[in-house]
Design a protein around this ligand. Structure first.
Ligand code: GRF
Length: 203
């Protein structure tokens, strides 16, 4: 099974997926990493793992639709079973989402549907929540609104700062993303149109 990962930055989630693949725990192979940012450190991570690293700078395209058209081409060249967004900081057009619907997933640093959008940790802290976390979800046209596949919860401690909370959540992201990818590739987690379904196999 073939996986394409889209990134814009550091790529620590990408690294978690690469490491899982190295331990035969991904259920497939990352065949390409695509970044819209030429300087993204995740590209180095990909190259060091011997994975095809593709730079597709959005600044070279006239508009979102032209960019997403080019992105679709690059991705389809690699014939993926699953397209994984790992810190890809661009809003995707409906056309792109429709093209990969049901095989396009994202990780978001909050317990969705709470805190869609940016600055999730600061907003959660400001609200004084007791629990925060991260979610893997299918991507639909509604930003951060698609069906959730898997979540991890962290407790918000006394004296928690935005940075400490971010680090805690990030560590959980690295745990759950490879699992979610594996279950998607195995067909255990599926997009049903209505939501995400789990096939009920004991874990
Ligand atoms: C993560 O916080 C993820 O939840 C969000 O973007 C960030 C990517 O971090 N979608 P990294 O590049 O994987 O380190």
């Amino acid at each position: 099974r073939r996986v394409v990962v889209l990134i814009s930055g550091n790529g620590s989630n990408l690294q978690a997926l690469i490491d899982a693949q190295g331990h035969d725990e991904l259920g497939g192979e990352i065949v390409a990493v695509v970044s819209n940012e030429p300087e993204a450190y995740g590209l180095t991570r990909a190259r060091e793992a011997g994975i095809d690293a593709v730079v597709l700078p959005h600044r070279e395209y006239e508009n979102r639709d032209a960019y997403d058209g080019a992105l679709i081409k690059v991705i389809e060249r690699h014939e993926p079973d699953l397209v994984v967004l790992a810190g890809f900081m661009r809003i995707l057009t409906p056309r792109f989402v429709q093209r990969f619907l049901g095989r396009l997933i994202n990780i978001h640093p909050s317990l969705l549907p709470a805190y869609q959008g940016l600055d999730t940790h600061a907003r959660a802290l400001a609200d004084g929540v007791a629990e925060h976390g991260c979610s893997v979800h299918f991507v639909t046209e509604e930003l951060d609104g698609g069906p959730v596949l898997l979540q991890a919860v962290v407790e918000v401690a006394e004296g928690e700062t935005e940075e400490s909370l971010k680090q805690k959540v990030h560590a959980r992201e690295h745990l759950i993303y490879p699992i979610a990818v594996k279950w998607c590739l195995e067909g255990r987690l599926r997009f049903s149109g209505e939501g995400a379904t789990f096939d009920g196999t004991p874990l």
